[in-house]
Design a protein around this ligand. Structure first.
Ligand code: ZN
Length: 139
């Protein structure tokens, strides 16, 4: 395990723009408030979505695509630096009209409506390639 203390540098709430890309909106918020590290929760609805599932045997992501409106029942993630850019690592639980849920790593989605709470940290977080998992993990 690798851990550190973090100090809050402020908290923000934001409404995401209809038609915008969900994760890009969160990264834009991070850019606007100068967040090199943050934790966020969000909820709302999307018009489509692409979730990714990480296959641990193959060390590869597999996309799961949805071309339909879905609720964002829950969304959680964090912001850190990946190759110098702010990256919003985003996971989501999406639900359909039956209440059936789909969950995973949210790569992209088109916002219908979205509400975000972001807590920004003073200390930056950086990601780098990890040979064991073949993922970009925190240093
Ligand atoms: Zn993920």
């Amino acid at each position: 395990m690798n851990y550190r203390a973090v100090e809050s540098a402020g908290e923000y709430v934001a409404r995401l723009e209809t038609g915008a890309e969900w994760r890009t909106e969160i990264e834009t918020l991070a850019d606007e408030v100068d967040a090199d590290a943050a934790w966020f929760t969000a909820l709302g609805a999307v018009q489509d979505a692409e979730l990714w599932f990480y296959d641990q045997d193959e060390c590869a992501y597999y996309p799961i695509e949805f071309d339909e409106p879905l609720e964002v029942a829950s969304c959680v993630g964090n912001v850190s630096l990946l190759e110098g850019d702010r990256f919003a690592h985003t996971h989501a639980v999406l639900s359909d009209p039956d209440g059936t849920t789909y969950a995973g790593h949210l790569n992209e989605a088109t916002v219908w409506a979205g509400e975000v709470h972001m807590r920004v940290f003073e200390e930056p977080l950086e990601r780098a390639y990890d040979e064991t998992t073949e993922l970009d993990l925190w240093l």
